[in-house]
Design a protein around this ligand. Structure first.
Ligand code: FMN
Length: 271
């Protein structure tokens, strides 16, 4: 993706690009034209110039057509937004029903628009849908984590969960989505930033899934297991690098009748 400059024939010189460009690449030249100067070659393709320009005068080397209604005073009401946020549950009971590919595509399409630090979007996605592979992954997680869950052995944990009807760690979800980087951690700061980035992407995907009648659950227990048995788990996942987040996806088998209670926030300084 490359920003190539400004179409001077349609530019109205409103200068909104000067205001929205994070890197300040747009300037007014001596003849009053607005010009694009990628001085430090560090454009992160945030796309604000394209989104803000009323005339769509930003030249680029890729196709970009809007397919949503872009501007309105209020896109969704606060009440509807809050309803979505509050009704979004961690799904731990799934129907034995395949999720159509077009719905999975819609979930991914929402994740595509998640913000990330410096617009870096470094991570990749791996989809697991083979029940045997998901079960194998769940099994190695249980074999690794039983001690953390307060059991005295893997067998005890397995028996307990089987008696409860919680069949496996992924709750028989038909889809597991893994977010990962094909590289190692350079330092803890980057690990924290990338963890937040992928967390936001998962949240976008979860909310989109909820709006489509699908259920999801974070599955970061996987990260705990990877910290102990990295090599074995990466082989099962069929990836190399650093796993940053995971979630299940499927049709929820339980319908909730009301929202869950939450304690009030501890906020200081609000006048
Ligand atoms: C970062 C993160 C990691 C989580 N990892 C797991 C997990 O590995 N397994 C699981 O069953 N739930 C996991 N959860 C779900 C939480 O337990 C759940 O959000 C919490 O109990 C509140 O329930 P709710 O999401 O329905 O509001 C995770 C949630 C977050 C935000």
């Amino acid at each position: 993706m490359l920003i190539e400059g400004i179409n001077q024939e349609i530019c109205s010189k409103c200068k909104i690009c000067l205001k929205v460009c994070d890197r300040r690449y747009f300037q007014e030249d001596t003849s009053g034209n607005i010009v694009y100067k990628n001085l430090t070659d560090s454009c992160n393709f945030c796309g604000h110039c394209i989104a803000a320009c009323p005339e769509d005068a930003i030249k680029r080397n890729f196709d970009w057509e809007d397919d949503v209604e872009t501007y309105s005073e209020q896109i969704v009401s606060y009440e509807k937004t809050l309803q979505l946020l509050r009704m979004n549950r961690s799904t731990r009971n799934y129907k034995k029903k395949k999720v159509p590919k077009d719905l999975i595509d819609k979930v991914f399409n929402a994740m595509r628009y998640a913000p990330s630090a410096g617009n870096a979007r470094l991570w990749k996605y791996k989809v697991l849908s083979d029940p045997e592979r998901i079960a194998e992954l769940g099994d190695i997680i249980s074999r690794t984590m039983w001690g953390y869950w307060g059991f005295s052995s893997y067998e005890q944990a397995k028996e307990y969960y089987e008696e409860m009807g919680r069949q496996d760690i992924f709750n028989k979800a038909p889809i597991v989505i893994i977010l990962y980087l094909e590289r190692e951690i350079p330092n803890n700061t980057m690990y924290a930033i990338w963890g937040v980035d992928t967390g936001i992407a998962i949240t976008y995907g979860r909310l989109a899934a909820e709006s489509l009648g699908l259920g999801t659950c974070w599955m970061n227990v996987l990260l705990g297991a990877i910290s102990v048995k990295k090599e074995e788990i990466l082989v099962i996942l069929g990836i190399k690098g650093l796993v940053l987040g995971a979630m299940t996806l499927g049709y929820p088998a339980v319908k909730y009748s009301r929202t869950t209670p939450r304690a009030p926030l501890d906020v200081e300084g609000l006048e």
